[in-house]
Write a protein that binds this ligand. Structure first.
Ligand code: DPP
Ligand code: ZN
Length: 852
């Protein structure tokens, strides 16, 4: 398949100012009649070309008369069309047979749509590109008993009964939109209804639509929606613009959720929550995703993307907005730590591997492969750097100008940066390199102290590593928040933002009368890797005294990492400094328990591997478990005290209660690691007594990693209690797939034959196979059986759902980082996939790039 290139962008030949859609809905067969009003936008004489995929074409008319048309592959070409003409097509589609979950498909008994990026062409013939904006009217008719609720974008304008037990509904969306934001839903749904009054006094009717039995689980999502609406008014001055805002939850969904205009469609895991079935992390994710999709109404819908190379324009900015929102709802420090941990777990490896791409890519074979951590999360970091450099007010001036200039348009990343520049009178020319260059910059920092002069010299250097298609890189502006602390007095001497502009820079600090300790990239002000030569003592000092919570966390992580890497190199490590630092953190009465829980967690096995030239999964596992065992045993008293102190009687969803629960399970896991005799019994007790999923799943996770006899019993009890609840059974699969036990590969293979496992539900697939693929020790067993199993799964899923299959490929693409034997086995599996018949272009692109 041929790649699409950014440089080949041309404006559309035809525009479609309005479209009227008429759906005769049925799961087996749906008839779609569409009437486009078209307007020529390019060369005279060019025919109208409409994208289509998997459509059975029944009729084509221009101004009511049979048309002169041809099919060129999937494309419909209509000749003799003039501006102002009405072009009508009728097609048939089969929602129940749509296993790709793109276009119109059936999930349970519900009919729903997913059109981003290129799903609308699977519904009707249309110029399926985001720079064609149209006014939509939609009429749906369906069996009233099967589909009592009929929803589409915009406002409802009519409904009524029809003959034969059928009924109809009409919806009208006054805002022109690209077709990727089209949505409809038909099903037996009930709504949690509420209202929101906007800052200008308009009342918006809100509805969260779910299967009737799920209604009690929608309150958290509704609260988050209202909080998001208020927050966007307050922080960005953005008000909602329709009279109705609906959200629908479905069980089968490729993404997390979708921001269709006025009708968001969600993966049910990001809507449904109650204490018995959702963890605190699930609650946070629900609020974060509800906010994200709502915020898209401005950053995505009112201002959309010109082409898919600009995807980060809406996604990076909207992720940044949802991160700010979540930070405002609870602990900003903990939120930042969580976001950076996720960035390092997924985006950093992506940026260092064969699939590395800039946040504004130059080409793609399949755009679905570019809904990546780079576009989303690194994209958000790049927006954040502008926020840091311009300050909150300057940034807001920039976003105001951006929305004012581009409202109703399909814009580019360049437009966003230009608005920031113009609103603030700054020059961001070199900053634009962040959009164009892939790879995580490496910053080397060295600090020299001239005692006699009372002066410190900080030397900063940057290098951006080569990535596929980009051999040499230019230096980029890197905003680094830096502080210096006195070694003897602990005094803070300096706290400033340094923007490293070139390859190297020296910064001088005067008035430093004692040896300074460097705190750098505070708040993670830039998405970079910092190499600063700091002793265990310096890191321990920072982990106990830095006044920037993120930097404090970071110092502890670095101390643990240095210790672990030393242990892997030398076979043994001195765990003393880590133990001492953890002891101080645990005993600090001024710290928030949620922060403590984050700070004392060990870096993941995969993250440790990312720091090594050649990943040795077994050595990493052994070193990490040994350090955990030392910490568990040496600090047993403290863990026990914390465990006892964080026991709550009744569930409460508050930052304090969440922090206590988080710390409680961390303490339990260290007690278990340290070999405390009663640890398994405590875990089983926590599991049985829990009045919430956080405590229950936490205890289960600890047991599942152990050899304790309580393990099997807890797994069985969990399964029995939640049998039939798909979202919770996903947890049952994933907790086993993520186990650190040596038999995990065999367990996962057996679970793939469990009656509750299915390849067709993306959540279930991610839980078991995605979990396994992320489990470094399990995937990389030396005999290669993990690779073979994963490749088998990719091939099987590709037949049903190429998008989801392609997301399982990246772990196999890490072969360059492993020993020759493992690398050969990984490459052999990639080659085997590539040789398969009828491979999708999604999997083809990821596998061929991974082979390199
Ligand atoms: N545009 C969606 C989102 O990220 C992706 N499906 O919200
Ligand atoms: Zn998004």
């Amino acid at each position: 398949p041929a790649p699409t290139r950014r440089e080949d962008y041309r404006p559309p030949e035809w525009l479609v100012p309005s479209i009227d859609l008429d759906f005769d809905l049925g799961a087996e067969r749906t008839l779609v009649r569409s009437r486009l009003t078209v307007e020529r936008n390019g060369a005279e004489g060019a025919p109208l070309r409409l994208d289509g995929e998997n459509l059975t074409l029944l009729d084509v008319r221009v101004n009511g008369a049979p048309a002169d048309y041809a099919l060129d592959g999937d494309m419909l070409i209509v000749e003799g069309v003039n501006s102002g003409d009405s072009v009508e097509t009728t097609v048939a589609i089969q929602p129940a047979a749509n296993t790709q979950l793109m276009g119109l498909y059936a999930s349970g008994g519900i009919l729903c749509t997913q059109c981003e990026a290129e799903g609308f062409r699977r519904i009707t013939f249309f110029p399926d590109r985001p720079d064609v904006l149209s006014r939509y009217t939609v009429r749906m008719s369906a069996d009233k008993a099967l589909y009592p609720v009929l929803l589409a974008n915009g406002d409802p304008v009519g409904s009524g009964d029809l003959e034969g037990g059928r009924h109809y509904a009409e919806w009208n969306d006054p805002y022109p939109k690209p077709c990727y934001l089209f949505a409809l839903v038909a099903g037996d749904l009930q709504a949690n209804r509420d209202r929101f009054v906007t800052q200008s006094g308009r009342t918006v009717d809100l509805g969260i639509w779910v299967r009737p039995e799920d209604l009690p689980k929608t309150h958290h999502a509704m609260a988050a929606l209202k909080a998001s609406m208020a927050w966007d008014e307050k922080v960005y001055g953005r008000e909602y613009d329709l009279d109705v805002f609906n959200i629908v939850a479905v069980s089968d969904f490729n993404f997390g959720a979708m921001e269709n205009k006025g009708l968001n469609i969600f993966n049910s895991r990001y809507i449904l929550a109650d204490p018995d079935t959702a963890t605190d992390a699930d609650y946070d994710a629900v609020a974060g995703v509800v906010a994200h999709e709502y915020f898209h109404n401005w950053s995505g819908n009112r201002v959309t993307c010109r082409d898919w190379f600009q995807l980060s324009l809406k996604e990076g900015f909207t992720v940044f907005r949802d991160q700010q929102f979540s930070a405002d709802q609870g602990s900003a420090a903990v939120k930042r730590i969580e976001d950076v941990r996720a960035l390092r777990a997924i985006q950093f490896p992506e940026d260092a591997g064969p699939l590395a791409h800039p946040i504004r890519p130059e080409s793609y074979i399949e755009i679905s492969n570019f809904y990546t951590a780079t576009i989303y999360d690194k994209g958000a970091e790049i927006i954040r750097m502008m926020h840091t450099m311009l300050g909150g007010e300057g940034f807001r001036r920039g976003t105001d100008l951006y929305f004012e200039r581009h409202d109703g348009e399909a814009a580019t990343c360049e437009d966003f940066v230009k608005a920031m520049e113009d609103a603030n009178g700054v020059d961001l020319s070199r900053f634009r390199l962040w959009y164009a260059q892939a790879g995580t910059p490496r910053i080397t920092a060295s600090l020299r102290h001239d005692d006699a002069a009372g002066r410190a010299h900080l030397t900063l250097e940057q290098a951006v590593p080569p990535t596929p298609g980009q051999d040499s890189k230019q230096p980029m502006p890197v905003p680094l928040k830096v502080a210096l602390f006195g070694d003897l007095t602990g005094e803070k001497y300096a706290d400033r933002l340094i923007v490293l502009e070139g390859v190297a820079q020296e910064v001088i600090f005067d008035g430093i009368g004692e040896r300074p300790i460097l705190s750098i990239n505070r708040d993670f002000s830039a998405p970079v890797i910092v190499e600063a030569d700091r002793s265990a003592g310096d890191l321990a000092f920072l982990s106990a005294n830095d006044d920037n919570p993120f930097a404090r966390y970071e110092a502890m992580q670095q101390l643990m990492l240095d210790t672990l890497l030393g242990a892997i190199r030398n076979g043994a490590a001195d765990s003393g400094p880590v133990t001492e630092a953890v002891r101080r953190t645990l005993s600090d009465p001024n710290l928030d328990p949620a922060f403590i829980a984050e700070a004392v967690l060990m870096p993941s096995e995969a993250f440790i591997g990312d720091q090594m030239e050649m990943v040795d999964p077994n050595a990493i596992h052994i070193a990490r478990e040994a350090l955990r065992a030392d910490l568990g045993a040496d600090l047993e008293r403290l863990w026990r005290d914390l465990y006892a102190a964080t026991t709550a009687n009744r569930f409460e969803y508050s930052p304090a209660a969440k922090g206590a629960r988080r710390l409680r399970t961390v303490a339990l896991s260290y007690l278990m690691a340290g070999g405390a005799e009663d640890a398994a019994a405590l875990a089983r007790q926590q599991f049985d007594a829990a009045d919430n999923m956080t405590d229950r799943q936490g205890a289960l996770g600890v047991l599942v990693n152990s050899d304790a006899p309580e393990r099997e019993a807890a797994l069985a009890a969990f399964y029995d209690r939640y049998r039939g609840n798909a979202l919770v059974i996903d947890k049952w699969f994933s907790v086993q797939a993520l186990s650190t036990r040596p038999d995990t590969g065999a367990v996962v293979k057996a679970l793939a034959d469990h009656p509750d496992f299915t390849l067709s539900n993306p959540n279930r697939l991610r839980a078991l196979i995605g979990g396994f693929a992320a489990n470094q020790c399990a995937l990389h067993v030396a005999d290669g059986s993990g690779y073979r199993f994963l490749a088998d799964m990719i091939l099987a899923v590709d037949k049903l759902n190429p998008q989801t299959a392609a997301r399982l490929v990246p772990p196999l693409g890490r072969w360059r980082r492993f020993d020759a034997d493992r690398a050969d086995k990984m490459k052999a599996e990639l080659s085997r996939i590539l040789a398969a018949d009828d491979l999708s272009k999604d999997v083809f692109e990821q596998v061929s790039k991974s082979l390199g």
